[in-house]
Design a protein around this ligand. Structure first.
Ligand SMILES: CC(=O)SCCNC(=O)CCNC(=O)[C@H](O)C(C)(C)COP(=O)(O)OP(=O)(O)OC[C@H]1O[C@@H](n2cnc3c(N)ncnc32)[C@H](O)[C@@H]1OP(=O)(O)O
Ligand SMILES: O=CC(=O)O
Ligand SMILES: [Mg+2]
Length: 530
């Protein structure tokens, strides 16, 4: 089949934008078409399996390590690939959306890695998705710069962070690109466009096409990614094993399959990350119907909670046993927004990062450039000149299924302030997201899609278990909607309220707020152009 025939069945429904034609070339669209067609059935299977598993768990099926893969876990011999160029030293990784100015700031931040995020930190408007791809390509070609209206100039320095791209998860589709009349899985769009345009450029620059994989639920998801990598590398003539991917362990089911996930991706694996915020969200969601899994105010659930300690300890042990990096999670404090609160908040961040480094993590995440030297110093203090501590096997760690699920020891009712804070965060974040911004600082904390999911899911769970009265929630909702409108006269209060009602107050808890909000508010078809 010729390229033209293939391309003619790839339709671009998003509006044209400045230089979008440099990304949406016929050859790139053909590549996306091939990916989408090749993996269409597997993708549907992944989603079906996720739904079945969620149903089984919500109807009381126990969650445990799989007997079927016990031999793989017991086999001491296999290892993942050694660290790839630019990925040995990952002491500090800065995350953020691939927005033009932030791209430059993140690359210059002094962090070892920049996670260019199309998932939790990006509202997936068509402009953000294709604009982000342009920024990445411009950055790799070192032809990215930016000038503010008041004349402040931004350009790349000499020492840059290694770029690692986080595509959207398997739960999202890209409705502005159709292949054979169907929307393309968003994961394949973000991965495919970046890989097509930047893989060879990255290799030529001495690094590689590297990825972070979000919201995996099991090893089956990882196998699909691995097969996508093999197919994409073969198609572009790039040697197998060039891609490296770090998987976020940010669902409870994935925590029971860490070794299996590393194994599926082993020639492409760059380790695991403890994605703490989505992990909490996943716990709330999967056990939404269980009163003993109902957590108190978010501020009271810290990484020292026994069930979270079990998860991070198991992650480090698993990674180091298999020669892989273990990367820590995000402390949500945004420095510099509240001088009075900064001191106490930084003291908490210090404890959190010290614990990670001492537990054996090889690096950690920051959401803000102001935290890069702070966290690097903490890791340097423990690493003592080494780039990582993968050789520190944690044979002392033994984590059982019960320990991973020992939420009841932390469970408890919310306070009224906690309920109000969750409603307020969800509303203010939804408003930002609907207007195209995927990460914001609210009350000195970084809020993104993962933390907003926690906020609205906690409200649902508290209502479900009678921890708060519906009338109280409705009264607080009225208050917070009024406050949002007063603070931001341009806020989309009606859309935000309706989104909150559908995702926090409905009879059943929707799996994510993003597919609903995306379909209703971000999809704008401009017409068929290819
Ligand atoms: C749960 C998870 O998945 S965590 C990962 C996903 N979430 C994220 O990646 C969030 C990333 N962080 C951010 O987006 C931002 O830090 C925010 C929105 C939280 C706060 O941003 P701001 O309010 O602009 O912070 P602030 O005003 O202090 O920024 C100071 C400067 O640092 C820059 N900056 C802040 N955060 C970042 C970042 N993550 N990457 C690059 N530059 C950044 C700002 O652009 C600003 O630059 P300027 O001085 O050139 O104008
Ligand atoms: O993606 C990271 C998380 O904490 O969620
Ligand atoms: Mg996440």
């Amino acid at each position: 089949m010729s390229t033209t025939e293939l391309t003619s069945r790839v339709q671009v429904l998003g509006a044209p934008g400045d230089r979008f034609d440099e990304i949406l070339t016929p050859a790139a669209l053909d590549f996306i078409g091939r990916l989408a067609r090749t993996f269409a059935d597997r993708y549907r299977d992944v989603l079906t399996e996720r739904r079945r598993r969620a149903l089984r768990l919500s109807s009381g099926s126990p969650l445990d390590f799989s007997l079927a893969t016990s031999a793989l876990r017991a086999d001491p011999h296999w290892r993942v690939a050694p660290p790839a160029p630019g990925l040995a030293d990952r002491r500090v990784e800065i995350t953020g959306p691939p927005e033009r100015r932030m791209t430059i700031d993140a690359l210059n931040s002094g962090a070892q890695v920049w996670l260019a995020d199309f998932e939790d930190a990006t509202s997936p408007t068509w402009d953000n998705i294709i604009g982000g791809q342009l920024n990445l390509r411009d950055a790799i070609e070192r032809r990215i710069d930016f000038t503010t209206p008041d004349g402040r100039g931004y350009r790349l320095g000499e020492e840059l962070a290694t770029i690692v791209v986080r595509p959207r998860g398997w739960h999202l589709t890209e409705e502005h690109l159709l292949v054979d009349g169907r929307p393309v899985p968003a994961s394949l769009v973000d991965f495919g466009l970046y890989f097509f345009h930047c893989a060879q450029r990255q290799i030529d620059a001495g690094s590689g096409p590297y990825f972070y994989l979000p919201k995996l639920e099991n090893a089956y998801d990882a196998r699909l990614w691995n097969d996508v990598f093999v197919f994409a590398q073969d198609l572009l003539g790039i040697p197998r094993g060039t891609i490296r991917a770090t998987v976020l362990i940010e669902t409870v089911t994935a925590a029971f399959e860490m070794e299996e996930i590393l194994y599926e991706l082993r020639e492409h694996s760059a380790g695991l990350n403890a994605g703490r915020w989505d992990y909490l969200f996943s716990l709330i969601k999967i056990f939404a119907h269980r009163p003993d899994f109902s957590l108190p105010d978010r501020t009271k659930v810290t990484m020292t909670a026994p069930f979270l300690r079990a998860y991070t300890e198991l992650l480090v042990r698993t990674c180091h046993k298999r020669g892989a990096h273990a990367i820590g999670g995000m402390a949500a404090h945004v420095p510099g927004h509240d001088a009075q609160a900064d001191g106490a908040a930084l003291a908490k961040v210090r404890l959190d990062k010290e614990r990670e480094a001492e537990d054996g993590f090889d690096g950690t995440w920051v959401a803000h450039p102001g935290l890069v030297p702070f966290c690097r110093d903490i890791f340097d203090g423990v690493l003592d000149g080494r780039l990582h501590q993968i050789d520190r096997t944690r044979d002392d760690v033994h984590v059982s299924a019960d320990e991973l699920l020992a939420v009841r020891r932390t469970a408890g009712p919310p306070t009224e302030d906690g309920v109000r804070a969750s409603i307020s965060v969800a509303l203010r974040y939804f408003d930002a997201w609907l207007r195209g911004t995927g990460a914001v600082a609210l009350d000195g904390l970084m809020e993104d899609a993962a933390t907003a999911e926690i906020a609205r899911a906690q409200i649902w769970q508290w209502l479900r278990h009678g921890a708060v009265e519906r009338d109280t929630v409705l009264a607080l909702l009225d208050d917070e909607i009024a406050a949002l409108g007063a603070e931001y006269p341009w806020a989309r209060v009606d859309d935000v309220r309706a989104l909150f009602e559908r995702t926090a107050l409905a009879r059943e808890l929707p799996a994510f707020f993003t597919p609903d909000a995306y379909a209703r508010h971000l999809v704008q078809h401009a017409g068929v152009t290819a």
